[in-house]
Design a protein around this ligand. Structure first.
Ligand SMILES: O=P(O)(O)OC[C@H]1O[C@H](O)[C@H](O)[C@@H](O)[C@@H]1O
Length: 525
């Protein structure tokens, strides 16, 4: 890598304090020229999207997450007003919780339990972890982000004897997501068992009129905040979905919004070389051949950004992982994203990155500020732990380059609300640009439905199995016998899986009499 190539391909924005180094991506000299017409198309598509076009044609929806931090850009005054008034409501509500004006039966709230999944959890989790201050946060944040009973118990254990001082925010854009509904029901049961009048401590963030909204309204929950159909789940961090939990935690949400707005201004600029989102989108295109040929490894050298790769995983993979392009042709697009943090990962999978299969490109995220305190311990004369962190980042980068492993570095000043807002906004726009470069709709997720539907079938079959066993207590049957009894179209494999699960959980009452071979085992009540 020469200094000249570095200088030529180093993007630096002094106002934002952000830099992007793409010099270690071995694109040819004419790459940008060749891609320029398509990049201009991406700028044009993004302009149309921001102006309120139906940028999500399959769902016939506008895509408005950029308006959340610049309400004046929303296509109608009504929308602008809704965004602004929701933001004001969030800030006022958080202030009332912090002052104790809104409190639980035993005084000020001390804990926040967020219940959501996917886009309704990943952003709030990223922000809570990145910006939280354990001893200074106004509320300590906990999450239910699954329908795993043991996971729920783990969190409830942490909140033992503290539910009276816990405010619960249930987040679901659709208001009908099963995992979130289950988490809500489990939380309600725990509150009731603690003798608490739960509606006075529950808040909903959801689409107006959704199932969740109806429940919250009819049960008289403490508050409801709106989510809109023109904000996708994976781009909802800067709507009430992300802002309400963050504000309750005591995080500077205006700082996040301002950072995102500042990044939006810079990434709207239609000159490729001066637009970090355009440069990144083109690097994704170069690295993956515009067809996901390589995986994206995201390596922030900062503990607080640990969850960023998980957040990006949804943003990138749910947006870009599509079977069909906008013309309806089968393209099976996508880019796989993984990563945790450096230097920790150097002691894990970086071995393969340097020597193994060369099927990835790395995005290093470098954070210039080491810690809040001005000074740091010298772990060796003149050298701090932070110097080591940078040393490991630079060392790994070189070690990968030596073996022709591609990498990009994004440098940010710190991990602050403003910087996190910038990072979120940057990657939202990169994903949008890249989607245009490859001609797909980034804003729907048709593939997610198949698993949900199939799960519905499994639950229905589980009910049938239980009913059949209950109808003949004391009778023990094999998987095949039960499957045949339930109908010709019933899958013996599913019956087996469900019976094994039931037998492993005492509460079901189902018992297993093991036989050899294993498929002759019998189950009954
Ligand atoms: O917010 P919700 O409507 O509960 O949705 C939560 C998540 O579930 C869905 O399956 C989608 O694929 C995600 O994009 C979404 O973020």
């Amino acid at each position: 890598m020469t200094w000249t190539r570095f200088k030529t391909h180093f993007y630096h924005n002094a106002d934002l304090g952000v830099s992007l180094d793409i010099s270690r991506m071995p694109f040819a000299d004419d790459f940008f020229t060749a891609m320029e017409p398509r990049m201009q198309e991406a700028f044009a598509a993004m302009n149309a999207l921001e102006a309120g076009a139906i940028a999500n044609p399959d769902e016939k929806r506008m895509v408005g997450h950029y308006w959340l931090r610049a309400p004046h850009l929303a296509p109608t005054p009504e929308l602008a007003n809704e965004i602004s008034s929701t933001l004001t409501a969030i800030k006022e509500f958080a202030a009332r919780v912090h002052s104790g004006e809104v409190a639980g039966p035993k005084g000020k709230f001390k804990n926040l339990l967020v219940i959501g999944i996917g886009g309704s959890a990943l952003g709030p989790q990223l922000v809570a972890h990145a910006l939280g201050r354990p001893r200074k946060d106004k509320l300590a944040v906990h999450f239910f982000d699954n329908t795993d009973p043991d996971g729920i118990d783990y969190v409830l254990d942490e909140l033992r004897n503290q539910l009276a001082k816990t405010i619960v925010v249930v987040i679901s854009k659709s208001g009908g997501t099963a995992e979130t509904r289950n988490g809500m029901l489990e939380a309600i049961a725990a509150f009731k068992a603690a003798g608490l009048d739960y509606p006075k401590q529950f808040v909903a963030v959801t689409g107006v009129g959704s199932k969740l909204d109806q429940t919250a309204q009819s049960e008289g929950w403490l508050a409801r905040f709106a989510m809109w159909d023109w904000v996708g789940g994976r781009t909802s961090e800067l709507s009430a979905v992300g802002l309400l939990p963050a504000a309750l935690q005591g995080i500077d949400i205006q700082g996040m919004l301002d950072g995102a707005a500042a990044m939006d201004v810079v990434t709207r600029f239609p000159t490729t070389a001066q637009n970090p989102a355009a440069l990144l989108a083109l690097m994704w295109y170069f690295a993956t051949d515009g067809r996901g040929a390589k995986d994206m490894v995201v390596l922030p050298y900062k503990d607080r950004l640990l969850l960023f790769s998980r957040y990006l995983q949804q943003l990138v993979m749910e947006s870009l992982g599509k079977e069909l392009d906008l013309q309806g042709r089968v393209v099976n697009q996508g880019i796989a994203v993984y990563g945790n943090k450096g230097s920790t990962d150097q002691h894990a999978y970086v071995q393969q990155l340097r020597e193994g299969v060369n099927n990835f490109f790395v995005t290093f995220i470098e954070v210039l500020k080491d810690r809040e305190a001005k000074t740091s311990l010298e772990v060796e004369p003149g050298v701090t732990a932070g110097d080591y962190l940078q040393g490991f980042y630079l060392g790994t980068r070189d070690a990968l380059s030596e073996k022709s492993r591609q990498s990009i570095t994004l440098t940010v000043p710190d991990v602050s609300p403003r910087t996190l807002g910038m990072l979120i906004a940057l990657y939202e726009r990169v994903t949008g640009f890249y989607a245009t470069l490859i001609g797909i709709n980034a804003y729907h997720q048709p593939g997610v439905e198949a698993g949900k539907k199939a799960a519905g079938g499994v639950i229905a079959l589980k009910r049938k199995i239980t009913a059949a066993l209950q109808a003949a207590p004391g009778t023990f049957v094999t998987v095949e016998e039960l499957a045949t009894q339930l109908g010709a179209d019933v899958s013996a494999e599913l019956v087996f899986k469900i019976l094994e699960h039931l037998a492993a959980n005492r509460g079901s009452g189902v018992k297993k009499r093991a036989r050899t071979p294993w498929y002759q085992s019998k189950y009954g009540l």
